[in-house]
Design a protein around this ligand. Structure first.
Ligand code: ATP
Ligand code: MG
Length: 338
């Protein structure tokens, strides 16, 4: 029987009047890669910080690796590793010296620590850089050291907060590979990301989180099936003379849940009901929009699901960097697909 690595019950975090994490209840199974996918300010890092005992919940309770977060924080810490949003590393020290420094904080015995450092450097293909100063490393190399730093104490659970943010595509792929290897070695991985591709490529399960709440929770495939099984459709529309006014008109249709602008000409439109396409075409033509194409793909993407459940697009980065800025046109999601 698989145990739960994490059990969260009604976890809430308030900063003053503002609720960053809103009554979150969630179980994460051992040996899973679990992804929190959500836009800026969704509450991902705040959730991770609470589960790592770095910040106390305002209310609610949680078990991490079987230990109560509030009653037994020291036991929780013994069982977890954290790859935080910001890298913490001493530039003047070598890779090995950095790892040694952090290993000593965990009171790992010397010989065991040396073996562990070699083993981890090998995991990320960095043996030959062992005695090089961190200041000479590229961002990607630093991030590899940053990731293995979280594994020194052989934790059962590793939290990775945006592990590939700002990395080039090649390094991004290598960090994802490393993440899979870590998971295969029996470690539960909990990661946060803005990148749909990353969430989908890595996660056994994904929680789409928005405004501190879970908007959807399932396997990547089941999330995509949500759209196929519902009367929600996500259309791609190419309009050669796209204007903000036209986007506003489409968005104000009752059948439309959300509109996201992909680039100068292309929109994604999440809509409901059998008459949706007719109404969308009517309003575009009424506004003298010039339709180059409209598609309704049967194979929905995680991005479509995100648009349908949150009513907005997500800020993309890294491998998706070449794409133009996405502008979400937010309106209260009707969330008919849940
Ligand atoms: N210490 C704090 N004091 C006040 N507000 C905070 C604090 N930490 C976070 N917040 C607010 O809580 C919300 C959630 O922040 P959090 O960092 O958890 O979001 P996130 O999902 O990690 O976003 P990002 O994708 O930008 O990293 C934000 O609106 C943020 O401004
Ligand atoms: Mg964050």
């Amino acid at each position: 029987m698989t145990e739960n690595a994490i059990e969260m019950k009604n976890i809430t975090k308030k900063f003053g009047d503002f609720t960053a994490v809103d009554n979150l209840s969630l179980d994460i199974k051992e040996n899973e890669i679990f992804g929190f996918l959500g836009p800026n300010g969704a509450g991902k890092s705040t959730t991770i910080r609470m589960l790592c005992t770095l910040s106390n919940p305002t209310s609610g309770s949680a078990k991490v690796a079987g230990y109560d977060l509030i009653k037994d924080p020291a036991k929780v810490r013994e069982n977890i590793g954290l790859v935080a949003e910001k890298m913490i590393m001493y530039d003047k020290l070598t890779a090995a010296e950095n790892l040694r420094f952090f290993g000593k904080l965990y009171a790992i015995p010397n010989q065991k620590l040396e073996d562990r450092i070699d083993e981890l450097l090998e995991l990320v293909n960095m043996q030959e850089w062992k005695h090089t100063q961190i200041s000479k490393f590229s961002t990607g190399m630093k991030q590899r050291i940053n990731v293995i730093r979280a594994l020194l104490s052989e934790p059962k659970i590793v939290f990775m907060d945006e592990p590939t943010l700002g990395l080039d595509p090649q390094t991004t792929f290598s960090i994802r590979d490393i993440t899979r290897d870590i998971n295969k070695s029996g470690v539960t991985v909990i990661l946060t990301t803005h990148a749909m591709i990353e969430a989908e490529a890595l996660s056994d399960k994904i929680a789409i989180i928005d405004h501190g709440k879970i908007a959807a929770l399932d396997t990547p495939q089941n999330l995509k099936n949500l759209i196929a099984d519902s009367d929600t459709s996500v259309f791609g529309a190419k309009i050669t003379n796209l204007t903000p006014k036209l986007i506003g008109k489409i968005n104000s249709l009752d059948v439309v849940d959300a509109v996201a602008q992909q680039d100068d000409h292309n929109l994604k439109i999440s809509a409901n009901g059998t008459d949706a396409l007719n109404q969308i075409i009517d309003v575009i033509r009424h506004e003298d929009g010039n339709i180059a194409s409209i598609t309704n793909s049967n194979e929905s993407t995680l991005e479509d699901v995100f648009l349908a459940v949150t009513g907005k697009t997500i800020r993309d980065q890294a491998t998706e960097k070449a794409a133009p800025t996405h502008h979400g046109h937010e309106k209260a999601p009707k969330a008919r697909i849940r």
